[in-house]
Design a protein around this ligand. Structure first.
Ligand SMILES: *[C@@H]1O[C@H](CO)[C@@H](O)[C@H](O)[C@H]1NC(C)=O
Ligand SMILES: *[C@@H]1O[C@H](CO)[C@@H](O)[C@H](O)[C@H]1NC(C)=O
Ligand SMILES: *[C@@H]1O[C@H](CO)[C@@H](O)[C@H](O)[C@H]1NC(C)=O
Ligand SMILES: *[C@@H]1O[C@H](CO)[C@@H](O)[C@H](O)[C@H]1NC(C)=O
Ligand SMILES: *[C@@H]1O[C@H](CO)[C@@H](O)[C@H](O)[C@H]1NC(C)=O
Ligand SMILES: *[C@@H]1O[C@H](CO)[C@@H](O)[C@H](O)[C@H]1NC(C)=O
Length: 418
């Protein structure tokens, strides 16, 4: 593929035009690099300013690239493989040059368990934990080496004595996400099959994990992704605590827990907040029939810490034209909630906005929080939505581009902003 070099060059020399790179992992087997150029000061008529184009696409070791993430400590991208037979691979890339004119350079690729779903960093970017869905496992790596070499550390494989309440979806443990707490002391492995958030204390020197008691989520809910508030919130008892929001895809809910750090690295205590379970859809919307397939997809806190944003799948809340929302003219929704700092992390629903198509599996905000890139899994499209930073509301879709293959991962790389 060729990049539109002259366009990029011209835009770069105009003072207030920005150019960001977006990486897309799709089931074509490729990573696709997109360039979004826009006028930094544009406040009106944004459609005339945004331009999203493919600058590069290249084959990767995985046949099914499923999750892509950037370690800001070493500027290395990690690509997780969703392959469901044999073994998977985990691949590390040096990011593109900031203008996207050279593709990411592959640094290392290692064999791992199959069906990777997510990779999260821990120990200040020195450790990498990969969640494996079908393999019912968590694998960890030492990624300290600046040349991108990944050294395998530990494999935790989980079992269940009997299936969970949600039928085939819960026939076995299924790890969907691995992420740290806000202070970086613990690694959480979110288990959709066992309705648990498994918890480990992190040894910052050895990067090894030591198990702590798990959070038991609502039986049959199918927890997928979780996020913490950006800062602790003052509770009525005068103590400030972080709040953890856990999205459960089978139930289509978000549940809020108060987080307490137990002494002596004893783990996090999660206390369910009163009336703390919310539909991830607009209140009053009936849950769509999905045959057990997932509803709630991605979950993010806005960079200002004031809003919780969830993508929903299969709710087909918005009707448009087939051109607008290929293939069938329907768009799923993205819900925005205000995180009430004055009401102990209560969520106030503020908006349901069209994602731009069917099955917004994945979503990533830019670091300013005024733009979101959304991966439309079954429409083979990537959309960019604009957000109002004050109200937290999505305004409108400002750009989109076709990318071959089901979209499973999107990553905004505005780390090296021009
Ligand atoms: C893009 O970046 C590379 C390396 O950073 C540089 O050599 C090249 O001149 C840049 N190209 C443009 C069009 O700015
Ligand atoms: C994937 O990238 C390769 C180049 O590495 C290219 O030849 C191929 O056409 C790409 N596939 C798709 C579906 O874009
Ligand atoms: C490759 O897959 C086999 C079978 O699941 C597994 O035993 C092995 O540990 C995997 N290799 C790695 C490096 O995880
Ligand atoms: C990468 O760096 C590590 C640690 O510094 C070193 O052990 C390893 O040999 C290097 N690998 C390559 C391929 O240069
Ligand atoms: C929880 O909801 C119930 C029923 O709507 C209500 O009576 C109760 O006051 C609520 N509790 C809190 C702490 O908001
Ligand atoms: C969208 O159109 C379909 C088919 O006409 C209809 O069944 C559905 O109720 C509409 N949905 C909305 C949200 O208006």
């Amino acid at each position: 593929m060729h990049f539109s070099l002259p366009t990029i060059a011209v835009l770069l020399f105009c003072g207030n035009v920005k150019s960001d790179l977006i990486y897309v992992a799709s089931f074509s087997g490729n990573i696709t690099t997109l360039s979004l150029t826009y006028d930094y000061f544009a406040s009106t008529n944004p459609d005339s300013y945004y331009s999203l184009s493919v600058v590069d696409t290249f084959k990767t070791p995985p046949s099914l690239p499923a999750w892509i993430t950037l370690n800001k400590h070493n500027n290395i991208i990690y690509l997780v493989d969703g392959v469901t037979t044999g073994n998977g691979t985990l691949t590390a890339y040096r990011t593109s040059s900031e203008n996207g004119t050279s593709p990411p350079i592959q640094l290392d690729s290692v064999e791992c368990l199959l069906d990777g779903a997510y990779a999260g960093f821990y120990a200040n970017g020195k450790g990498l934990a990969v969640a494996h869905y079908i393999s019912s496992a968590l694998q960890t790596y030492d990624i300290t080496a600046s040349n991108g070499t990944m050294v395998p550390l530990e494999t935790f494989t989980y079992t269940m004595s009997s299936p969970g309440p949600a039928g085939a979806r819960q026939d076995a443990p299924h790890i969907h996400e691995a992420r740290t707490d806000p202070l970086g002391q613990y690694l959480l492995a979110i288990d959709l099959g066992a309705d648990k958030v498994r918890q480990y204390a992190i040894d910052m020197d050895s990067l090894l994990l030591d198990e702590r008691p798990a959070l038991n989520a609502t039986p049959g809910s199918g927890p997928r992704h979780g996020v913490f508030t950006k800062d602790p919130i003052l509770f009525p008892d005068g103590v400030s605590s972080y709040v953890f929001y856990l999205a459960a895809e089978i139930a289509g809910t978000i549940t809020a827990y108060r987080v307490t750090y137990l002494p002596n690295r004893g783990g996090l205590q999660f206390d369910l907040l009163p009336n703390g379970t919310y539909s991830s859809l607009e209140p009053g919307t009936p849950k769509p029939y999905t045959g057990g397939k997932g509803i709630t997809g991605e979950l993010q806190v806005s960079p200002d810490g004031d809003f919780l944003i969830a993508s929903n799948r299969r709710d087909k809340k918005f009707n448009g034209t087939a051109t607008q929302y290929p293939p069938d003219g329907q768009s799923d929704s993205i819900s925005t909630f205000r995180i009430r700092q004055d009401l102990a992390g209560k969520l106030d629903f503020v908006q349901s906005a069209p994602a731009g198509g069917y099955m917004p599996r994945t979503m990533n905000l830019n670091s300013a929080g005024n733009l979101a890139v959304v991966g439309i899994q079954e429409g083979n499209r990537v959309t960019v939505l604009e957000r109002d930073l004050g109200s937290g509301l999505f305004k409108e879709q400002v750009a989109e581009v076709y990318v071959e293959g089901e979209i499973w991962g999107v990553l905004w790389d505005d780390y090296n902003d021009v």
